[in-house]
Ligand binder design. Structure first.
Ligand SMILES: [Mg+2]
Length: 387
């Protein structure tokens, strides 16, 4: 793990803009708590007063109507606090935005959407800083490596074997199935995947907070013969740590979580509870790079594996890839298996999967070539007007 502090790059922000797109999907993406019938993406474009540009992305998968709301928060609440202002670097901007919106977040009951908007701005500012420095973001963050291992995520309960076969043909060597659709169906699906993939292929399961403690305790031994790489969010993220510890004591597989944690205190409590073997902060959902970086360092120092959570468009995925490269360790990057050009067309280097690994660009500054967001949107997705 690179123990150095994040680089500082003073900046004066000229503009912050939000761009919302929706890609209508043929096959809905199912999780145990909801279904996505289109794929939203909220991209953030920042410019500094020298004309340098950066791109980020805000988590906005749920509720389905929420992308436009977050874009409006970004335009009406966040942008006025940034434009024309000077900061010592992206981390200082993250801290300032978080502090200045803290009371409003409580008053409005919207700490989540606000943290997500700030996270996307932070990713854009890091991209800008790296572009201005003329370095790929992974190198700018101090990484020694540009190759990272990946896994195929978002595999639906319907057609899971076919999806895994397609992903294996595309170069994937590790797979994660969505569960929480009834014990028998979950186990049948996982067993079919295990037969298809063989014993040595990493296979994980994500319950998306579907189970009570009693349900999870009864599932854990039934899942044991499937040798899961990890079991993700078997319980609700807000259940007491004592429940998680009870499950941990009886679960034969590593437990994973973190996508629904926000704030230093929450992550520190999770690390201290010693229930997760795999920590999965989502840099587009809370913290951006500025606040996730120290969380990841502390998690890795405690012996946890860092596997970034990510299930959105291509720009947040690229930022997550660069962050993982810089963080080091043996964690895997989560790559959605479902059709979504807002992801694939904007992160082409992450579509080139070689035996379970991807290689980040060694020369192009920032997260990669400046994204043709307008072009991709015009060809595949529906731009959403915000006015
Ligand atoms: Mg998950």
């Amino acid at each position: 793990m690179n123990e150095t502090a994040l680089p500082r790059a003073p900046l004066r922000i000229a503009s912050v803009q939000a761009h919302v797109f929706r890609y209508p999907v043929k096959v809905p993406v199912r999780t145990s708590f909801g279904t996505m019938t289109d794929r939203p993406a909220l991209f953030v474009q920042v410019q500094d007063e020298d004309g340098a540009e950066g791109w980020g992305e805000v988590w906005c998968n749920f509720p389905a109507c929420g992308a436009e709301h977050r874009a409006r928060l970004l335009h009406s609440v966040m942008a006025p606090l940034l434009q024309g202002q000077a900061f010592g670097g992206p981390a200082a901007a993250w801290e300032s935005l978080t502090r200045q919106t803290a009371v409003l977040a409580i008053q409005s009951g919207e700490p989540g959407p606000m943290a997500q908007a700030i996270a996307g701005i932070d990713l854009a500012l890091w991209d800008l800083a790296a572009r201005r420095a003329g370095q790929p973001l992974w190198r700018y963050l101090g990484a020694q490596r540009s190759r990272i291992p990946v896994y195929a995520s978002g595999i639906n309960p319907q057609g899971s074997v076919e999806m895994a076969q397609q992903m294996r043909s595309a170069g994937h060597c590790a797979f994660k199935l969505k569960v929480g659709f009834g014990a028998e169906r979950d186990i049948e699906n996982l067993a079919a995947l295990r037969r298809e993939l063989g014993e040595s292929t990493p296979l994980m399961a994500d319950a998306n907070q579907a189970w009570t403690l009693q349900e999870a305790l009864s599932m854990a031994p039934r899942l044991a013969p499937l040798h899961l790489g990890w079991l993700e969010e078997p319980l609700r993220a807000d259940r007491p740590w004592s429940e998680w510890q009870q499950l941990k004591a009886q679960a034969p597989m590593p437990l994973a979580g973190g996508e629904n944690l926000a704030g230093d205190e929450a992550f520190d409590a999770a690390i201290a509870a010693r229930v997760f073997s795999v920590m999965q902060p989502d840099a587009a959902k809370w913290g951006g790079i500025s606040a996730c970086w120290p969380v990841v360092q502390r998690a890795r120092a405690a012996g946890l594996r860092y596997c970034p959570h990510y299930l959105g468009g291509g720009l947040g995925l690229l930022a997550s890839a660069h962050l993982l490269a810089a963080a080091g360790g043996d964690g895997l990057l989560e790559i959605d298996s479902n059709d979504n050009p807002l992801r694939s067309a904007l992160s082409p280097q992450l579509c080139d999967i070689d035996d379970g690994w991807v290689t980040l660009d060694d020369e192009t500054p920032g997260i990669g070539a400046p994204p043709d967001v307008a072009g991709v949107a015009a060809s595949v997705a529906r731009p959403v007007a915000l006015s």
